[in-house]
Design a protein around this ligand. Structure first.
Ligand code: LRH
Ligand code: MN
Length: 403
């Protein structure tokens, strides 16, 4: 078993990125249930994200989504975030909510529409220059609903052309993260439907392009940790959009639906030394894989349609911490020995023992050692912040997806 000091050090170094849109109203096509106290602008979203970092200590970054987080002065937004102890992270482009994009954005048969979409992607890089963000995150709703609607290969050419133009605009220290999704809103083809398609485009683009694995974007039964292991080996795992689901892209709290899957995923990350730059795998020299040099962004991408949003984000961060702690507790030498010996049961037991370890006392102790309350949710609820924002945030328009 790995020594607990090393485990605690790794947990202290691991950071989680929060989605600004999780603090706004969200829902399904059936209903968006508004909640009192919801932010009315990106500044208030940053205030709420700072609360999550304040109580967990490991979430100092908030991703933004454009135009949902459009402001006149992005440097001022960054300064406001910094004043609250966090920073602006990934800039998410949005070319899926304009009437012009009915038949697609950068894959649209109409060059005028493709130019419009590309201009937005480039504008997002301009915003990254202002916020000091490293990551441009690209998810495209582009696809078709009926066979024959458009030419599958021609759409891929249009996609590659636009991605190359964005890639060329990236500055030093900037990169693009391409996110795939099996379906929805398109229901026949999606132009970036799976990890293979995303990987092919990123390999064609170059070292500044990596793949994002959104845990809700696969067909039922897909082995996501296998995909993670392959992308890590290819040096192309740029990040995660963590959430969980029972059926489709449910965007529920990470770890809520399948906590064991999250541990299996984090086991691949920890084993590869990709938890944070310079993470030691704690394995003996012989079995240490080539260290991963591409930083992985651990982002949450969730919608709290019915539950209170800030405590839900705090709970989600804790779920990731618990999965990481369990992955760090895997006896990697015993596991490697059993695997090489073909001892199936012993190998499986090495992973199950870590998974079945109650890591909550370890995490509570770590929080106290770092000056935090042992139970972040209880501490937040006792703070009165939730009641304060309900009282203060009267008037104005609650933030949402604007869909
Ligand atoms: C698409 C997605 C993408 C975001 C959006 C909020 O389903 O996962 O990452 O842009 O959700
Ligand atoms: Mn996502």
């Amino acid at each position: 078993m790995r020594d607990l000091t090393a485990v605690k050090d790794a947990l202290k170094n691991h950071q989680i990125e929060l989605p600004s849109w999780a603090f706004g109203n969200s829902g399904t096509r059936f209903k968006v249930f508004g909640q009192p106290g919801v932010p009315r602008n990106p500044y208030e979203k940053a205030d709420d994200a700072a609360q999550v970092h304040h109580y967990t200590g490991v979430a100092p970054v908030m991703a933004v989504h454009i135009p949902w987080d459009k402001v006149d002065d992005y440097a001022a937004l960054s300064a406001h975030a910094a004043a609250n102890g966090i920073r602006i992270g990934a800039v998410n482009a949005n070319v899926f909510q304009d009437d012009d994009y009915k038949l697609g954005s950068i894959c649209n048969p109409d060059p005028r529409v493709r130019e419009k979409a590309l201009a937005h992607l480039i504008e997002c890089v301009d915003i990254m220059d202002a916020t000091g963000s490293r990551d441009l995150k690209l998810w495209f709703a582009d696809g078709t609903n009926y066979p024959g609607q458009d030419d599958i290969a021609a759409r891929q050419d249009r996609l590659a052309e636009a991605l190359a133009a964005v890639y060329a605009r990236l500055g030093d220290g900037q990169r693009l993260l391409l996110e795939y999704k099996l379906f929805e809103p398109a229901f026949y083809t999606t132009d970036v439907p799976d990890w293979g398609t995303a990987l092919l485009h990123c390999q064609a683009l170059g070292p500044k392009a990596q793949v994002v694995v959104d845990t809700g974007h696969h067909a039922p039964g897909v082995n996501i940790e296998f995909i993670v292991a392959m992308l890590l080996k290819a040096g192309k795992l740029g990040g995660f959009d963590f959430n969980s689901r029972f059926y489709a892209d449910d965007d529920l709290m990470v770890g809520a639906a399948d906590p064991f899957q999250l541990v299996r995923i984090m086991h691949e990350v920890v084993k590869a030394g990709a938890l944070y730059p310079g993470q030691s795998t704690g394995m003996t020299a012989a079995s240490t894989p080539t260290p991963v040099t591409v930083p992985v962004a651990f982002m949450l991408d969730q919608c709290h349609n019915i539950e209170p949003k800030i405590p839900a984000q705090i709970r989600s961060v804790m779920n990731v911490q618990e999965a990481v702690a369990k992955a760090l507790l895997v006896d990697t030498d015993a596991l490697a020995a059993a695997q090489l010996a073909g001892d199936v049961l012993a190998a499986n037991a090495a992973l199950m023992d870590a998974y079945n370890t109650d890591v909550r006392p370890l995490l509570a102790e770590l929080r106290e050692e770092t000056g935090l309350a042992p139970d972040p949710v209880a501490a937040y609820l006792a703070s009165g912040y939730g009641e304060k924002i309900v009282a203060e945030r009267v008037g104005g328009t609650a933030a949402g997806w604007g869909a």
